[in-house]
Design a protein around this ligand. Structure first.
Ligand SMILES: [Cu+2]
Length: 334
């Protein structure tokens, strides 16, 4: 039938097919961003236990920039960026099942920075499409750690899978009841949030895919919090005066060091690099968070010294704000 169409009709049909593809892609593109309050509550110390975690690799098209409606082919853990916030206590055992559905095209796994050996679990959990893997790991060190996919383990795949959104954080709470961070968890006015920064390098010729050259030049299209532009503006961090706010801040990279800052705020306490086994630092304006690392940041808001309203979360390498590195913390008076 197509052979019988005139040139102009063929051209019209081609344009129509392209338009339908573009419209359906934006209609069915998901919001992959994880809400900043989507994390488990603090844990009791008690007797060491086994914590079961299910990670499902999901390759999905999502909107990376709502304003331009630009989409991206994300790789995710459990359909959101970042992946689930995992919470255990020092001495617990993490029992991980990684499922890679048959509908996927890539090999996926998880490298936990909280795990010593086995490439952080990356070798034991590596599953091609249609397969799953299960393994368990003893959590020997307290701290806030990044986990991420490494694909099939090649350098290309490590870059590709981190670039495409496949990362999250695991918090290993210290068991020592006298640890300063553990004592903070007992505060009745505690508000905890989960924020991860990362860069996206996007291929203009094959829309939605990674651009390796941009990655090598360390020149991303987007630098964002929780997976897309305006994620934490559409879903701000909400607190009330008098709260002790903890922001678990991770930086997936793949390349850049974040200069995490809250405009108009001073961090009361920071456990730099997510280290909870050592004493924290106090009264910090901006904290540097390397790629593949994290920080536990704590803010106090007191009636006598705090203005009610919106406080901006930014990477203080400020040109990155124009690339999306901006969120909001709301402090209300009731
Ligand atoms: Cu992956």
């Amino acid at each position: 039938m197509v052979d019988n169409l005139s040139g102009i009709h063929k051209w019209f049909l081609y344009v129509l097919v392209v338009l339908v593809c573009l419209i359906s892609e934006s209609l069915f593109a998901s919001d992959i961003s994880r809400r900043p309050d989507d994390l488990p509550a603090p844990l009791e110390g008690g007797i060491p236990k086994t914590v079961k975690v299910k990670l499902v690799a999901r390759e999905i098209t999502g909107v990376i920039d709502p304003k331009s409606k630009r989409t991206f082919r994300y790789f995710t853990f459990n359909g959101k960026v970042p992946g689930p916030f995992i919470r255990v206590v020092e001495g617990d055992t993490l029992d991980v099942t990684l499922i890679n559905p048959e509908s996927n095209t890539e090999t996926h796994t998880a490298d936990f920075h909280a795990v010593i050996g086995y490439k952080g679990g990356g070798t034991k959990l590596m599953a091609p499409p249609g397969q799953s893997r299960r393994s368990s790991f003893l959590m020997t060190r307290p701290g806030l750690f990044v986990y991420h996919c490494v694909g099939n383990g090649t350098v290309h795949d490590v870059c590709h899978h981190i670039n495409n959104g496949m990362y999250g954080m695991i918090l290993v709470e210290p068991r020592d009841p006298d640890n300063e961070y553990r004592k903070l968890l007992n505060n009745p006015n505690l508000r905890e949030f989960y924020v991860m920064q990362s860069e996206f390098h996007i291929n203009n010729e094959i829309p939605g895919n990674m651009d390796e050259e941009k990655g090598l030049r360390e020149n991303p299209d987007f630098v964002v919090f929780n997976g897309r532009v305006k994620s934490l503006v559409d879903h701000p961090l909400r607190s009330t005066i008098g709260d002790d706010v903890i922001i678990y801040f991770g930086n997936a990279g793949p390349n850049k060091i974040s200069s995490f800052h809250i405009v108009g705020g001073i961090f009361e306490t920071v456990w730099r690099e997510g280290v909870l086994a050592s004493p924290p630092v106090k009264s910090v304006q901006t904290t540097a968070v390397p790629a593949g690392c994290a920080a536990v940041t704590h803010l106090k808001s007191e009636k006598s010294s705090t203005e009610v309203g919106s406080y901006l979360l930014i990477d203080h390498s400020v040109f990155r704000v124009a690339k999306g590195a901006k969120g909001e913390l709301w402090i209300s008076d009731h």
